[in-house]
Design a protein. Structure first.
Length: 706
């Protein structure tokens, strides 16, 4: 026996001379051992003749080990197996020959052993099982389909071919070889890491893996290998598989031939250790992955195009990922000069994407960068090199780790969606997201500028001191926005997942308009009543209020009666908060929410006691007068006598005054103290006669106007 697996080019080009040497050696060996070597021609008398019938062979007999079985028929012919024969070499020179188990046999596990290799040259061989019976053909040597002529090998459901050497389709320049592996249970396999598959070695080769067939390669898969060789591999349909996963195995598409093509379609799956497309001098290769469930998975590197200036002059490689398809690369994807990567609605998932001068066309779909160490925008082998990615609305970029835009660097995404595990923008760095729906994962830490235009943002955003968010158009934040960063721009920032300005109390300038959604909570911190000791938002345009505002008191601070906090100041205001939380300072003192109060357009908090409409610390006839002036009027606030926040000053609010007055009458004489030690003056008991008369008149007034 001889091998072409170790030196494929030399051995395949000089195959005949090697065979002649081997034949001579075997003749000498047979003579010395009193063995005989015979070539048997199959001449079965009836179609469906058995391989094990002596009358089906010329000379009469059955080819055994060291013999050659040769088929050269001018017809289609089925050969049945009732035993497990073996011989030196199988040759199919003519005709359409089908190997099958006999239908009457059950569970025999038939194996046809070929110790010296096989050649299909000018004929067609089909290997298939019947019903539940498989037929295994073991080739203990090289298998060539199309040596100097044209050959066809078909492996159908239940047919197994195991090659303990190289399998070559289209060996010589004038030859063509076709291998079709079709149907569930149809398997072709090269058995060791040194046994390779060549589709178009020096001639033309075609491999079709269809309908659930499988091809397993221990060594390299070479498609279009030398000179003018062409090779096409198609893996089509759910369950159709091509594997070359040995750690040193490589899929070479257009290694050195003029045209190498790999098509993966309709759920087909190719899994390899390494992949190269059009990577050598004169090599032209193209990979097309298309359809839902279709995938090319590479355990290490995918290299597209030539690796050197010499190779790039005459080589070209392209990879196209269509809708629903996935190309997954565990390590890096490298686009060299003379390369093209096109994403048309599919997904590229890779640890690193290195563009070394190739043509990157992103026509829709997703790029996933999944290095757990994250990505640095800049230049170099371990960085995301493009600083501007123009994404269409149908495109998205996913970074499963941290996306880092460092100091004075920038990354702009126009259209499409960004999804990251987390993100950082360094000082003087710039991240621009124009359009799209962006998922910031665990959050964005911003030390530079986050520029947004007509975008939706999921994930928290934290702004450091000196940072900013630029808002153009409508920007919707669906999670918490916090920190010291300012907001600039002429658009509208819509908060619907939380807003907590500052790290502690801070004055925050917002040039844009602001909207607080129904699901938002605005958190305001108070540590004193002087500027800089409480959170204050200065909004250059309009503010629309809704949702919840929650007040938090810091460092033991308790506001005193009359303390005032202009929390939101804006050019225009619309709406009110649906709920104000955290306003109780002490059992007697509350923080009163006021809208457009005291010349401040926006929202103000002022500390007061129940029934004290004018915040003077007294519950007296002045407060009754305020309530009376606004009695039964809508759109009222606390300073109009509406103490229960229902928007109307009515008898219930008079009851609040009366209850507070009565409560204070029962207290010991003296002032109430605010949190800062200020006094709350209580009325004289004699004043209650006036209050009683006023309440009596108010009740008559109410009955008259019913």
């Amino acid at each position: 026996m001889y091998s072409v697996g170790r030196r494929p080019m030399i051995n395949l080009l000089h195959r005949r001379s090697v065979r002649a040497v081997m034949v001579g050696f075997l003749v000498m060996l047979a003579t010395s051992a009193s063995w005989s070597q015979t070539t048997y021609d199959f001449t079965g008398l009836v179609t469906g003749g058995s391989f094990g019938t002596i009358g089906n062979w010329t000379p009469v007999g059955i080819p055994e080990l060291m013999d050659t079985a040769r088929f050269s028929l001018d017809q289609a012919y089925s050969v049945g197996f009732m035993s497990s024969p073996s011989h030196e070499e199988l040759i199919v020179n003519n005709g359409d020959v089908t190997f099958q188990p006999q239908t009457m046999l059950e569970d025999l596990g038939l194996v046809y052993g070929i110790s010296g290799g096989g050649t299909i040259d000018g004929g067609q061989l089909t290997i298939e099982g019947i019903d539940t019976e498989d037929l295994v053909v073991k080739v203990h040597g090289p298998m060539v389909v199309g040596d100097v002529a044209n050959g066809v090998l078909g492996v159908n459901s239940g047919g197994h071919v195991q090659v303990m050497n190289d399998l070559t389709l289209g060996s010589e320049e004038s030859s063509s070889g076709v291998l079709t592996v079709q149907g569930t249970g149809a398997i072709v396999q090269t058995m060791t890491f040194d046994d390779s598959l060549y589709v178009g070695f020096h001639g033309d080769g075609t491999l079709d893996v269809l309908g659930g067939g499988e091809v397993r390669v221990g060594g390299t898969v070479g498609i279009a290998n030398i000179g003018n060789a062409t090779g096409t591999v198609t893996v089509d349909g759910p369950g159709s598989r091509l594997y070359a996963t040995n750690g040193i195995s490589t899929l070479d598409v257009g290694f050195g031939g003029s045209g190498g093509v790999l098509n993966i379609a309709n759920g087909g799956h190719v899994e390899v250790a390494n992949a190269r497309v059009g990577s050598m001098v004169g090599g032209h290769g193209a990979v097309d992955v298309d359809g839902i469930g279709s995938a090319l998975m590479v355990a290490n590197r995918l290299v597209v195009g030539a690796a050197s200036s010499v190779e790039e002059l005459s080589s070209f490689g392209s990879v196209t990922i269509g809708p629903g398809a996935v190309v997954g690369v565990a390590a890096e994807t490298r686009l060299n000069k003379g390369s093209q990567l096109t994403i048309k609605g599919g997904t590229l998932s890779t640890s690193k994407l290195l563009d070394k001068g190739g043509d990157f066309n992103w026509d829709g779909g997703t790029v996933v960068l999944d290095d757990p160490d994250g990505y640095l925008v800049g230049t170099g082998d371990y960085q995301l090199e493009d600083n501007q990615l123009a994404l269409a609305p149908s495109q998205s970029l996913t970074v499963t780790g941290d996306l880092h835009v460092p100091y004075s660097r920038g990354l702009m995404l126009t259209g499409g969606d960004l999804k990251v595990g987390s993100a950082r923008v360094g000082g003087s760095g710039l991240l621009q997201l124009f359009g799209g729906h962006h998922d910031l994962g665990d959050g964005l830490m911003n030390y530079g500028l986050l520029a947004l235009e007509n975008a939706v943002i999921d994930g928290p955003v934290v702004g450091a001191s000196g940072s900013a968010i630029s808002v153009l158009g409508d920007i919707q934040f669906n999670e918490l926005v916090s920190g010291l960063g300012e907001i600039e721009g002429s658009g509208t920032a819509l908060f619907d997942g939380g807003h907590s300005p500052g790290h502690g109390p801070a004055d925050i300038s917002i040039a844009s308009s602001v909207g607080y959604g129904a699901g938002n909570t605005l958190t305001i911190e108070l540590a004193g009543n002087m500027p800089g000791y409480y959170d204050r938002l200065v909004i250059g345009q309009k503010v629309v209020l809704d949702g919840v505002i929650r007040v938090e008191l810091l460092d033991g601070y308790l506001p005193g009666v009359g303390d005032q906090f202009e929390v939101i100041s804006a050019a225009l205001r619309d709406g009110v908060f649906s709920r104000v939380a955290g306003t109780e300072v002490t059992p007697e003192i509350t923080l009163v929410p006021l809208y457009d109060f005291g010349g401040n357009i926006g929202f103000t908090l002022k500390a007061g006691i129940q029934g004290d409409a004018n915040f003077d610390g007294l519950i007296d006839i002045t407060d009754l007068g305020i309530a009376g002036a606004n009695f039964n009027m809508t759109g009222r606030e606390w300073d109009d006598g509406d103490f229960n926040f229902d928007g109307v000053t009515d008898v219930d609010d008079l009851g609040v005054i009366g209850a507070a007055w009565s409560q204070i009458q029962g207290l010991s004489p003296g002032p109430l103290s605010g949190g800062d030690g200020s006094s709350v003056v209580v009325p004289e008991p004699g004043t209650f006669a006036c209050v009683g008369m006023w309440l009596f008149l108010a009740s008559i007034f109410c009955r008259i106007h019913r």
